[in-house]
Design a protein around this ligand. Sequence first.
Ligand code: ATP
Length: 235
Amino acid sequence: MLLEIKNLTVKYGPVVALREASFQVEEKDMITLVGANGAGKSTTLRTISGLEKPAGGEIWYDGHRIDGMPAEKILPLGISQVPEGRRVFPGLSVAENLHTGAYTRKDKAEVQRDLEWIYEIFPRLRERHTQAARTLSGGEQQMLAIGRALMARPHLLLLDEPSLGLAPKIVQEIAHTLQEIQRQGVSVILVEQNAELALELAQYGYVLETGQISLEGPTSELRDNETVREAYLGV
Ligand code: ATP
């Protein structure tokens, strides 16, 4: 097991954003957390990457207990997050943005090799490597945000709403890339409001409802589940 979350509870003052949630990610797996606005999806990712401290429960990653550890200690263990809203550095070039993703790494030759790897996955980033990030389209900025997270060479990639606000064609392009990234051995937790996309890409899914996991299963089964179809797939 790569990641194991046990009875995780996260509070913002009196607001319980996540209540006793338990789930797992196996090596080389892609799982998805599906749920409405405010269900606790982002909170879950932020807690795994050390940006929020849990009020209860445990997070185990690759044999280490990481709940409550600061983000800067968790990143080097191999967990990297692509935040919602693709926050790239607007004034820096594409290449400079990518380099910021590798700031904790000392292996310069390997970093250079990974940069090449990212340009292979996202040829558009290579074409635009000298261009300031602010001049990229929304889809290209999302690619850059994913590329930057990959520059930390994670074993586990946390993705928060990668399809948000993007045209269907770009969403498909990014979807293919995520499959490729998984094929290359990176485990992924995908958070999406676009449940159709998430259930198509991931192998296993969890449905979050007001901070609690209400349903889980292989995505092939969730896609046929009547509650999921009515609440999240609009059928
Ligand atoms: P969305 O899809 O809208 O991003 P989400 O499923 O990711 O939703 P979260 O952002 O995790 O949901 O929010 C879960 C709950 O915690 C919500 O009720 C939200 O209002 C609350 N919450 C999130 N961040 C904070 C914060 N910094 N302070 C107070 N409450 C917060």
